[in-house]
Design a protein around this ligand. Structure first.
Ligand code: AMP
Ligand code: MG
Length: 404
C-alpha cells in the first residue's frame, strides 16, 4: 500500500520482481560454474558409493572367522584404491587394504592399522579391534541409489554442489547465463581513487562498492563507468550502455537537484519508469525502470549509505531471483537493544550480527551519522529493516536482516 504517496519497500520489491525475466540458460564447464545457479536437476550417475568402499587403511577379512577366535591371520597381499576387486583365498587370511579400495570378495570387515600388529607376514588383531560385519566399510548405495536426485534446479553452486556434480560425472552444467551489468556513477564532483583531488571534490566510492558486491555474489560480467552531470553526455552514454547490457545500476542524479538528470534522460531513452521514490530511510529517491528490451535500470541515490542499502535491499535480490536462485536473501534476526524509529517510513539500520550467551544471533545497532556517512559501515554485517514509526522497537524485536 502506498504510504504518503510513496510506495512501501515491499511494493517496490514486487514491482521490480514483476519486471525482471528469468535469465536464459547456458552450459558451462564445471570450473566456471562456481557462484552460479543450477538450471537442471542432477541425479546420481551410479550407486553412491558405487561399491563397498574400504573406509580405513588396515586389513580386510572375514569377521565371522575372527569372532570365532581366529586372531592371527596370514597376509595374502596388498590391495590399494583404484585396483580391481580381489578375492580372499582362505577365511583365516587377511588382505592389507587402503582407504578407497573396493572391499575384496570374501571380506566383510576392516580393522585399521592402529588395531593390528604385523610381523613376519602375519597380522594379529588387538583386543580393541571391532569385529562386527561391515565395520569400517562404506557400503554400496548407502548414500544414494543410481538415478536418485542429488541437486535440484535453482541450487546455488558452491564448493559442495560443484563436487556433487563432479561426482555425478558432469563435466558441464546448465546454469543461468550471467547478466551483463553496467555500473554507472554520475557526478561532476567524483574523482577516481589514486588521482589528485581538490577540496571540493569527492572520491568515487559507490561504483567500487557496487562492483565489489556483484563480484562477491559471483557476477563477473561487470563494466564500470563514470558519467558527468551533463544531460547530453548522459544521454549518449546511457543509450550505448542500454544496447550492450541487461542491467544498469546507476548511482547519483536521481534526487530533486537541478543537475539530477538521470530520470528524465532514461525516460527520453525509452526506459519506462516503474517507480520513483520509496517510503524508506535512507534511500527515498530510488528510481527503477524497464528498458525497451526489458533491461532493468536501477537509479540508486548517490549518498553512499543509501546506495549500498538500496543495492542490497532491492538490486541483489532481484538479480538473484532472475538467476532462478532458490533460498532466502534475507534472514530473521532479533534486535540486541531497543531502537526508536521516529519517521513514518521504513528504516534501514546498519547492524553487527553477534551471538548472545545462548548462541542466538542478535543485531547490534550501528547507526550512521546520516546517509553520507559511509565510514560507519566499517565492520558491520548488513542492516535490518524496521517497520515505519514513530515507534520504539524493544530488545528481541524480530526484523528482517540483509547482509552486505
Ligand atoms: P546525488 O544522489 O547525485 O545527489 O548525490 C548525493 C551525494 O552522494 C552527494 O554528496 C554526492 O557527492 C555523493 N555521491 C554521489 N555519487 C557518489 C559516488 N559514486 N561515490 C561517493 N559519493 C557519491
Ligand atoms: Mg549527483
Amino acid at each position: 500500500m502506498p504510504t504518503n504517496g510513496l510506495i512501501t519497500p515491499r511494493l517496490a520489491e514486487e514491482m521490480i520482481g514483476s519486471r525482471l525475466q528469468l535469465r536464459p540458460i547456458e552450459s558451462l564447464p564445471l570450473t566456471e560454474c562456481v557462484g552460479g545457479t543450477l538450471r537442471e536437476d542432477i541425479s546420481a550417475e551410479r550407486d553412491q558409493p558405487p561399491f563397498d568402499r574400504v573406509a580405513m587403511d588396515g586389513i580386510a577379512g572375514d569377521s565371522d572367522t575372527w569372532r570365532r577366535g581366529q586372531r592371527r591371520l596370514k597376509l595374502q597381499g596388498i590391495h590399494a584404491a583404484g585396483a580391481p576387486q580381489v578375492t580372499l583365498a582362505r577365511k583365516n587370511y587377511a588382505i592389507e587394504v587402503m582407504t578407497g579400495a573396493i572391499l575384496p570378495v570374501g571380506c566383510d570387515c576392516v580393522v585399521p592399522v592402529e588395531q593390528i600388529d604385523i610381523d613376519d607376514g602375519y597380522a594379529t588383531l588387538r583386543p580393541s579391534a571391532v569385529l562386527t560385519p561391515f565395520h569400517n566399510v562404506h557400503r554400496r548405495a548407502s548414500d544414494a541409489r543410481q538415478g536418485s536426485l542429488l541437486l535440484t534446479c535453482g541450487a546455488p553452486l558452491r564448493a559442495p554442489e560443484i563436487a556433487i556434480a563432479a561426482s555425478a560425472g558432469k563435466a558441464n552444467l546448465r546454469v543461468s547465463r550471467q547478466p551483463e551489468v553496467a555500473v554507472v556513477s554520475t557526478g561532476d564532483e567524483l574523482v577516481e581513487p589514486g588521482q589528485p583531488i581538490a577540496d571540493f571534490q569527492v572520491r568515487r566510492s559507490n561504483a567500487y562498492a557496487i562492483v565489489a558486491s556483484l563480484l562477491q555474489r559471483g557476477f563477473r560480467r561487470v563494466t564500470d563507468c563514470h558519467i558527468r552531470d551533463d544531460e547530453s553526455e548522459l544521454t549518449q552514454r546511457l543509450a550505448l550502455l542500454l544496447h550492450t547490457h541487461d542491467i544498469l545500476i546507476l548511482s547519483g542524479g536521481v534526487s530533486m537537484g537541478r543537475r539530477d538528470f538521470v530520470p528524465q534522460v532514461l525516460k527520453q531513452l525509452g526506459v519506462q519508469e516503474v517507480f520513483h521514490r520509496i517510503a524508506q530511510r535512507p534511500g527515498a529517491p530510488m528510481w527503477f525502470g524497464s528498458g525497451p528490451t526489458d533491461q532493468a535500470v536501477f537509479g540508486l541515490p548517490g549518498n553512499p549509505v543509501s546506495t549500498l542499502t538500496c543495492l542490497i535491499r532491492y538490486v541483489m535480490p532481484a538479480i538473484a531471483a532472475s538467476m532462478g536462485m532458490t533460498g532466502d536473501v534475507s534472514e530473521r534476526v532479533a534486535l540486541a537493544t531497543p531502537v526508536t524509529v521516529d519517521s513514518p517510513r521504513a528504516y534501514f539500520l546498519p547492524v553487527c550480527v553477534e551471538h548472545d550467551e545462548s548462541g542466538r544471533p542478535s543485531a547490534i545497532p550501528r547507526p550512521t551519522h546520516g546517509s553520507g556517512d559511509l565510514l560507519s559501515l566499517a565492520g558491520t554485517d548488513g542492516f535490518v529493516e524496521l517497520p515505519p514509526g514513530p515507534n520504539t522497537y524493544p530488545q528481541g524485536f524480530i526484523s528482517t536482516g540483509y547482509r552486505w
